[in-house]
Ligand binder design. Sequence first.
Ligand SMILES: [Zn+2]
Length: 157
Amino acid sequence: MKYSLTEEQINGFLNEISNPALRNLFRMMLQNQLEERSESPRRITLNKAVEDVKHLLEINKAMKIALNDLKTENERMVHRYRKITRALGACECLGENVICPICHGKGIPGSMMIDEEAFNSYVYPLIQRITQTVDHTANETPVTNSPYNGATGSTPN
Ligand SMILES: [Zn+2]
């Protein structure tokens, strides 16, 4: 496949790739495209074929590095996701998969044992924050003017 991109467009594209190994891989592949474009078509010599193979081997090496990077990144994200579902006391499908072999779609947050450590890392800070916000809002409300004061504990809008 050929791309008709300018060098500037290619650099712009490459700058958007955050993974360095992946960026390197794309740079190598696109660089090859630019080199091929500047040569006369159909003029293949043995030297050129050898150079092409060398370049493909380099691309292959960069591809393996990029793939490894992505695998590591993916494993980290899966680990974090699992920890969050345990913090929520939910199945890994969050109860959204009716054919889930573990929960059959019933594993919504709060339906399973909560991992205390995970809860303290991911959920508790949020609860604290909400509690602080509610306290703050309650302090701002003129208590004497509230018809709900003491009756329901809620504040009018
Ligand atoms: Zn499930």
